[in-house]
Design a protein around this ligand. Sequence first.
Ligand code: GDP
Length: 506
Amino acid sequence: TAASLLLIIAFPIPPINLREELEPGKSSCASRRHCHKSSSSYHKPPSPYLLSVLRDYEQRHKRCEPLTKSFNRSFFQVSSSPVGANHQPSHVDDDDCSYVVFTRPTNGLGNRMLSMSSAFLYALLTNRVLLVDFGPDMTHLFSEPVPNSTWLFPEDSRFGNRIYGSKVDDFGSLMKNNNNNHTAVLANNSSSFLHVNLGYGYDDYDKLFYSNEVQDGLQKVSWLILKSDQYFVPYLFLMSGFRAKLDRMFPDKETVFHHLGRYLFTPSDQAWGLIARFYDAYLANADERIGLQIRVLDTKASPTALVLKQVLRCAQKEAQILPPLATKQNETATKKLASKKTSYNKAVLVASLSSEFYVELKDMFWKRASASTGSDGEVAVGFHQASHEEVQRSNDGSHNMMAWVDIYLLSLCDVLVTSGWSTFGYVAQGLGGLRPWILQIPDTKYGGGETLWGNACRRAVSMEPCFHFPPSYDGNKVGVRVDGEEGGGSPSVVHCEDVGGGLKLV
Ligand code: GDP
């Protein structure tokens, strides 16, 4: 098709992207040696206001990056036991830097990338700088988002000891221990380091972070040390204090992660080599690329045969992205076709921890002809898998690299089938600018083949990721309303297709 031809020509040297918009004349390929494909981002350009916010951010980031004068002033003025010598507390002025530090979470890459992008948006909204403390298992995956600058929190343990030290208050505990007088607590809090927990399992006090009044108080805390594994962006849209700026930044709400993710996450040279070699060898020449992301959380409850059946039901019958296979009855017709040249080539990238789906699907579509309906010859379907790591591992850099490569390759596909609940799939769809078919992984605990929707999969209403665990709160207990809970929210924030209690932007 013309579209795929364009893609082939454009890859790996695509036209304009966000970096090009930010620095005219310097394509991301030239300046950072990395390129994104020319897919839907070009249908959904960033707003001029978003570009101006990002330009301002880059200035701020460069001024405040680790070990600059401003960084040291901000870090040491508030430290009770300064790491460096001769650091005196100084007054806070407009030039001072404040930060949100994304700290090492325990779960997978998808979760981490989603919460990092949320932290970045929060930094844009509150004039902070985003720094990341990755730990050794993630440092080699990405290029620096701001050219000639670093977003890595210093590795020197003296810095780490300070921010993770027991002297740093926890936001939720501070709220809990102070008789519901939340704003007064923050006003009297002299510390400029605060831990904030916005991850799975956070409590009602942690959730007060989402209150406008509390946000006012947090402005004077220079260092927010964030722990999160959630895509909390949709909730920022429900907060009246942020909404006007967000609406200007993102007139098209479903592009938030698309733009922020593509800005933040550029593959490192090492990752890029793996991505480009695989893409060129197995995907580039196809007429159409299909990404099939199969994420099975409980292999006992979701046996391979059952999941495979569901995948085929989705891909062949519902989404109709894979052809049906010939049966005994139409075998003769297909034999005739077999003498003709293949007319259309589909490359299917299978992303899964296991190799079973890839092996089964490859065999199935090789050993049986596809029941082509036209007279133009058969549709050839090739299956490819970049890695099969078998089990999810933590603290493993090469395992994370494989995950990143799979996510990125999925994002380069033309059509996606993702697994419900999977943040891994959310990142791929967002980077690729694709509304995926969301597959419901069957689970024998809930009746096996029967699904929530009655279908094996359904088309996502937007390319945005889902915020799995948004605040639902006990207003009486915490004594303050969490913003966004009131008044039915906003038409651009809806419940997710795959996670009933979750929220996503449309
Ligand atoms: P989620 O658990 O599906 O929401 O996604 P996460 O990315 O947060 O966690 C899953 C982790 O398991 C990934 O980061 C990988 O380490 C691993 N994993 C799961 N599925 C795949 C896959 O298809 N390919 C690779 N390479 N790793 C995977």
